[in-house]
Design a protein around this ligand. Structure first.
Ligand code: HEC
Length: 240
């Protein structure tokens, strides 16, 4: 009896082991994923305009904003929320971008009232002149999806020269006047400093401590820009 029990247990054990090997030999080896090696980013050339660094942040904060040209029911079906969306956008069948030809690209014509429809509309936040110039130069330079590394100095910076323009580029369009998303305003030093004091400026650009990631959309600040803002806050966020 006792011997039988051992035999029974042993054969049960063998069965389980055999079963395990059968099952594991049946499980599929995952198909090998081929990793596409990206070209290393070039260092930023001061005389060039790059889509990711110099163009999309402005479009994201002044055009692809909620209620306008974001991807949730975009105005006039013109979705400007990503590179692909921008390149696929058409007005009456004509692409809004004609690489190399800003004068025949709707995305540039709207800045100069060439079609009598100004964009952004008069009561919205106007696109900063730097953003407008960058978009025109980018279209002129063939409108490719380019990016570069290191467009900022994390040692020498001031509010007026660097931090203010950064907030203007990435944030103000959605946080200005009546368009004060989330009741947050970011159009002057006083308003930006208030956001620093409430511990939400750095937390929003790094999506930490439960604060929503900013800016919304496909754009994120570049790592060196985040470091610059962090260091400026550590310095006491001076109005220099
Ligand atoms: C495309 C529009 C858009 C841009 C650009 C944008 N924001 Fe916002 N922001 C919003 C909206 C919408 C909300 C409100 C979100 C909610 O409450 O659901 C918000 C909310 C916030 C809040 C409050 C978040 C919280 O969790 O309390 C902060 C702080 C903020 N934004 C800072 C910024 C900063 C800093 C930038 C630039 C780096 C920026 N935003 C850029 C749309 C934008």
């Amino acid at each position: 009896m006792h011997f039988n029990k051992i035999k029974y247990t042993t054969s049960l054990f063998c069965l389980v082991i055999a079963g395990f090997f059968t099952v594991s030999s049946c499980t599929h080896e995952p198909d090998k994923v081929e990793i596409k090696v990206l070209e290393p980013l070039p260092p930023c050339d001061a005389n060039k305009v790059y889509f990711v660094n110099d163009v999309m942040p402005y479009i994201n904060s002044t055009c692809a904003v909620p209620g306008c040209h974001d991807n949730k029911g975009p105005a006039a079906y013109i979705d400007l929320s990503s590179y692909d969306a921008i390149m696929n956008s058409k007005v009456r069948g004509v692409s809004i971008i004609k690489p190399g030809d800003p004068l025949n690209s709707k995305i540039c014509r709207v800045f100069f009232l060439l079609d009598l429809v100004p964009m952004p509309p008069p009561f919205n936040y106007g696109i900063p002149p730097q953003g407008r110039d960058n978009i025109i130069k980018w279209v002129q330079d063939s409108a490719r999806n380019t990016a570069c590394e290191g467009r900022c100095d994390t040692v020498n910076y001031t509010f007026r020269r660097n931090i203010g323009p950064l907030i203007n580029k990435y944030c103000t369009g959605c946080h200005y006047g009546n368009y004060n998303s989330g009741n947050v305003l970011l159009s002057s030093y006083r308003e930006i400093k208030a956001m620093v004091d409430s511990n939400k400026l750095y937390q929003s650009i790094t999506a930490t401590e439960g604060v929503l990631k900013m800016p919304t959309g496909v754009v994120s600040m570049q790592p060196c820009e985040i470091i610059q803002i962090r260091k400026w806050i550590e310095d006491g966020a001076p109005n220099n």
